[in-house]
Design a protein around this ligand. Structure first.
Ligand code: PLP
Length: 382
């Protein structure tokens, strides 16, 4: 393997830093996946995942990243010609439409300007006009823009109609407040490598009773992602249908222990605090935030570059000189914004260090920034 600087602070919005207790489980010996021992680990992981999702429904883990779980949600519920309402205000919202398109869905897009969030009344209007919508998709935390969508309020609306409610919580579960059953979510998908702070490569999906009714009357278009096969194997033997990543199951299990030990409410509080400090720091430096005030995520903060600052130069200084990785923009905001992830294992010192490095990088590039760290400390002192 080529020499890599492993000592960087990872402040991108996923994958996030993984604690050494979780990482070390990846070195445990591999065991057979059709053994009682593995079945016990899988069952324990699934039960913990249910507590984190806050659901009494079924939960499965998938060897594959968050997109595999998104794909599984769609392929098992959408037949050719089915009407799907895709609520999108960023890259990952749009991903649902790309997946639904593969399966020949009749897609209705409800798009909001990037940086703003979805409006429940717009969802209601479309559902009223289209009583035959089968599935509604939304991303809770739109990582590409640093926006949080009102999934609870939209869930209350979708419940009044016949449609299934599919929610992506890839960059919110374990960081922001999610309650699958209370929010009337029929299918919730998440990934390991964001707020759950496990390595990338394993994802999870929750399925409500209403979702099973739809799944049972939908033809699965995928072999690997056929959820009925997952259910059959899990219920009969506590196994997955195909060979799982045994090491990632260990790691996810340990990461979920950490999430549950800290407590879901405490984690939301920590993420809110870090978001507040990051925002205060950037605003003190005179940086304009990208997400509208009412729409801001608590796990990732997006901000506009001041005039004249070049993304690659700025992030190059942060990475090469100060050993801190943050993300740039994607799609239509590529080169225009940067994003600081403060999720998973992120703590106060990571945020303060990142803001200090951001301040120094801006000054090096000729943008006069000051007071960011002090402003963040003022928030963190409280
Ligand atoms: N959904 C959201 C909100 C994400 O942030 C991501 C990844 O960044 C994905 C889906 C896709 O997940 P993955 O890259 O794990 O396939």
């Amino acid at each position: 393997m080529k020499e890599i600087n492993f000592d960087r602070i990872l402040m991108i919005p996923g994958p996030t830093m993984v604690s050494s207790t979780v990482l070390s489980t990846m070195a445990y010996p591999i065991i057979g996946h059709r053994t009682k021992d593995y079945g016990n680990i899988l069952e324990d992981t699934v039960e913990k995942m249910k507590r984190v999702f806050r659901t009494k429904g079924d939960v499965f883990t998938i060897t594959g990243s968050g997109t595999a779980a998104m794909d599984m949600a769609i392929t098992n519920t959408v037949d050719k010609g089915d009407k799907v309402l895709v609520i999108a205000n960023g890259n990952f919202g749009e991903r649902f439409s790309k997946i639904a398109e593969v399966y020949g869905a009749n897609i209705i897009m409800l798009e909001n300007e990037w940086g703003d969030n979805a409006k429940p009344q717009d969802v209601k209007k479309i559902l009223e006009e289209n009583p035959d919508i089968k599935v509604v998709t939304i991303v809770h935390n739109e990582t590409s823009t640093g926006v949080a969508n009102p999934i609870k309020e939209i869930g209350e609306i979708v419940k009044e109609y016949n449609a299934l409610y599919i929610v992506d919580t890839v960059s919110s579960l374990g960081g922001d407040y999610v309650d699958v059953d209370k929010f009337n979510i029929d299918i919730c998908v998440t990934g390991s490598q964001k707020c759950l702070a496990a390595p990338p490569g394993i994802s999870a999906i929750s399925i409500s009773e209403k979702a099973w009714e739809v799944i049972n009357s939908t033809k699965s278009k995928s072999f690997y992602l056929d959820i009925k096969a997952y259910k059959k194997r899990y219920e009969s033997k506590k196994e997955t249908p195909y060979t799982p990543s045994v090491s990632l199951t260990y790691a996810l299990s340990k990461a979920l222990d950490r999430v549950l030990e800290e407590g879901l409410e405490n984690r939301v509080k920590r993420h809110k605090r870090l978001a507040k400090a990051t925002i205060a720091g950037l605003e003190a430096m005179g940086i304009e935030l990208f997400a509208k005030e009412w729409a801001r995520s608590i796990t990732v903060t997006s901000a506009k570059y001041p005039e004249g600052i070049v993304d690659s130069e700025f992030r190059g200084i942060l990475s090469n000189k100060y050993n801190i990785s943050i993300a740039g923009g994607q799609g239509q905001v590529s080169g225009k914004i940067f994003r600081v992830g403060h999720m998973g294992e992120a703590r106060e010192y990571h945020v303060l260090g990142t803001l200090g490095a951001i301040e120094m990088a801006f000054n090096e590039l000729g943008y006069n920034a000051e007071g960011g760290v002090n402003a963040a400390m003022d928030v963190l002192k409280l």
